[in-house]
Structure formats: C-alpha cells, structure tokens
Unconditional design. Structure first.
Length: 115
C-alpha cells in the first residue's frame, strides 16, 4: 500500500486545514489508519487514529480540535484540524497498520501555523 498525503500548508493560528491521505490499494482490510506528526529533533507522535469499525483515538493535545475520518470506498482518510496553534506546526504523516504495526507510511505534508 502506498500512501500519499495532501492538504498541508501555512495557516494562521485559530485557522483550519484538512489533510487527506490517498491509498494506492484498498484500506477496507486495514486494521488502523492514523495520522502522526514530527518536528525537527523530536520523535514522531501519533495524533489521531481510526479503526476499521470507525472507533477513533486522539492525543490529548488535539482532542476536541482534530477530527479523523475514513472513507473505505475511496481508500482515503482525512484529518480535519481546527483551532490550530503554533505548536501544531509539524510534518504530518499518514500511516496504515494492517494488523498491529504501522507498516506503511506516506512521505509527509508540512503544516505551518503562524502566530
């Protein structure tokens, strides 16, 4: 499965962005799809995940501001980000875990939030 992210960019604090991730194959059998982010010098952190049944998980730092969604028919996931803060600035990665481990990763898309 190849994953390609899109939708990143520059936004002012308080603004919104929607990231999208398109998969080259079917995601219907993928256990978990997720968004991670990484800033220079820091480890990659998971910010949101969605299971095949639609159950969602969010990091405390984004809970209430980000919404993850999954479209198995179009083989895509999205991350709607609202109330963006400068500390949300990072490269955002789409990832797929067919079983437990995130075996597939996209190339990342930059999100920059200006204060």
């Amino acid at each position: 499965v190849q994953l390609v992210e899109s939708g990143g960019g520059l936004v002012q604090a308080g603004g919104s962005l929607t990231l999208s991730c398109a998969a080259s194959g079917s995601i219907a059998d993928i256990n978990v799809m997720a968004w991670h982010r990484q800033t220079p010098g820091n480890q990659r952190e998971k910010v949101a995940a969605i299971s095949g049944t639609g159950a969602t998980w969010y990091a405390d730092s984004v809970n209430g501001r980000f919404i993850i969604s999954r479209d198995n028919d179009k083989n895509m996931i999205h991350l709607r980000m609202s109330g963006l803060k400068p500390e949300d600035t990072a490269v955002y990665y789409c990832a797929a875990a067919p079983q437990i481990a995130y075996d597939y990763w996209g190339q990342g898309t930059q999100v920059t939030v200006s204060s």
